[in-house]
Design a binder for this molecule. Structure first.
Ligand SMILES: NC(=O)c1ccc[n+]([C@@H]2O[C@H](COP(=O)([O-])OP(=O)(O)OC[C@H]3O[C@@H](n4cnc5c(N)ncnc54)[C@H](O)[C@@H]3O)[C@@H](O)[C@H]2O)c1
Ligand SMILES: N[C@@H](CCO)C(=O)O
Ligand code: NA
Length: 433
């Protein structure tokens, strides 16, 4: 290091431009907190003409050349996606530079390789912005809670889908209208299907589970369902039973109870009804929240802004200062271990609860035949409610917990029953007594 810490910024979009602004406007404060002056060495972009606000001498289209430049100490990757972000990070590590990233897609796909490369080079890889934006959750998992045994994490970790579901519930806005607003506000990914179809939340769930359970979990290990199938009927049915619909990321450690296979982890992302009294129910708009259950700490709730340029830049800058301090003291921060190496349990075996609405013929024996179908699949019913009469009769059923495969097989069987005119709403339920 030359005495001034030099930062290479890769990408200057929603997050990158907010990071650059803060680095320029708060350079003195950041330098004082780090213990040496900090400055931007260069900004890699695709099209320099699209960045008239960035000093021209900083702009380059040669990201690889910037990352490997001798005078660069630290790399901030906010390009997103898998390539070229992965190659650029690996090049940074090989050149002995620490990396701060916001890239959950890449960390969830290749976290093991990237961490190994950083460890081998003796440098840091921090990515607090990758999960739940501004909310400090990864460093608490890596450091503050590393002495505890974590059992469960339930989070609202995607701002775009939470914004859409909140708008649908509060204003009756249509799905497309709410998505357009979320994109305009800078919450959505470059390809918003990553948000809507749950890929973004699944990547974040994989990162959370990996850190919480000291086990490598990749995005492909996460059961994933998005919100594109959530209808106005689902939202209305949820309200009828005092619930709201949220896209949840759920990471659980499943006790092996002495079995030969031992403990395992189950990681899933799907929409679910939760009671309005649940702490996560009041998380509205693009806000995120992560609810952590640990053996000694008990229940912890982390809440704040999960998306948007400025809040995400806060997490990037926090990592930048932490990594820079390590650079000044000459020792990397704590690494990440996957020593527990627990198996990932398939969704089919994971216990869940369903809320089901059926349009049925209002005739003697129909309720009994529907109940029989649940019983045949080993699914116990918690409550049944009938609304309407005659052709307009609807049965609303909430089950007890059962393996997810048994519940989905029951739904398939119900769809085939002559007495069932239509299965109008199926959603999992979490947190209901
Ligand atoms: N926007 C958010 O709220 C948010 C929150 C948390 C994390 N993130 C993550 O931060 C990262 C950036 O997100 P964003 O919202 O700023 O995206 P963005 O699309 O606004 O910005 C990415 C920028 O990188 C540029 N880019 C692409 N390829 C490049 C290359 N080879 N060299 C140089 N520049 C290149 C693009 O032109 C674009 O300007 C992503 O990993 C995203 O998942 C975003
Ligand atoms: N697209 C993401 C950005 C934050 O990671 C979201 O909506 O939550
Ligand atoms: Na965060």
């Amino acid at each position: 290091m030359t005495g001034t810490l030099k930062v290479a910024l890769l990408g200057c979009g929603t997050v990158g431009s907010a990071v650059l602004r803060a680095l320029q406007e708060q350079a003195d404060d950041l330098g004082a907190r780090i213990g040496c002056p900090v400055e931007v060495a260069g900004v890699a972009v695709r099209r320099p003409s699209h960045h008239p606000d960035v000093p021209a001498h900083l702009l380059t289209t040669d990201a690889h050349g910037l990352v490997t430049r001798d005078d660069v100490d630290l790399v901030v990757e906010v390009i997103g996606g898998i390539e070229p972000a992965r190659s650029l990070m690996l090049a940074a590590f090989a050149a002995g530079k620490s990396v701060v990233s916001a890239n959950k897609a890449l960390l969830a796909e290749d976290g093991v390789v990237l961490h190994a490369a950083a460890a081998e080079a003796g440098v840091d890889l921090y990515y607090e912005a990758a999960v739940a934006g501004a909310i400090p959750i990864l460093r608490p998992l890596r450091e503050s809670l590393v002495g505890d045994q974590l059992s469960r994490i339930v989070g609202i970790v995607n701002g775009t889908t939470n914004y859409i579901l909140s708008r649908m519930a509060e204003t009756g806005a249509g799905f497309g209208e709410a998505l357009a607003e979320a994109t305009e506000l800078g919450y959505a990914e470059a390809d918003p299907t990553a948000d809507v179809d749950g890929f973004d939340a699944a990547a974040k769930a994989a990162i959370l589970a990996s850190l919480a359970f000291h086990t490598p979990v990749a995005a492909a290990d996460v059961h994933r369902e998005g919100i594109s199938t959530v209808t106005a009927t689902d939202v209305a049915r949820a309200a009828e039973i005092g619930c709201t619909v949220k896209l949840l990321a759920i990471c659980e450690r499943v006790p092996g109870n002495g079995s030969a296979t031992g403990d395992s982890v189950a990681v899933r992302v799907h929409p679910a009804m939760i009671p309005t009294s649940h702490p996560l129910a009041s998380v509205g708009g693009a806000f995120n929240a992560v609810f952590v259950e640990a053996e000694s700490a008990g229940q912890l709730m982390f809440y704040g802004q999960g998306a948007g340029g400025e809040p995400t830049a806060s997490a990037v800058l926090g990592d930048l200062v932490a990594v820079a301090r390590n650079r000044v003291t000459g020792a990397p921060g704590p690494g990440v271990t996957g020593y527990a190496n627990l198996a990932v349990r398939p969704m089919a075996e994971t216990p869940t609860r369903y809320h089901v609405s059926l349009d049925v013929a209002d005739k003697p024996g129909v309720l009994a035949s529907v109940a029989q179908e649940f019983a045949q699949h080993g699914v116990s019913i918690s409550t049944v409610r009938q609304t309407g009469r005659g052709d307009a009769a609807t049965l609303v059923i909430v089950t007890h917990s059962a393996p997810d495969a048994a519940l989905s097989a029951t739904i398939n069987a119900l769809r085939e029953m002559p007495a069932v005119r239509g299965v109008t709403s199926v959603l999992r339920v979490e947190g209901l007594q």
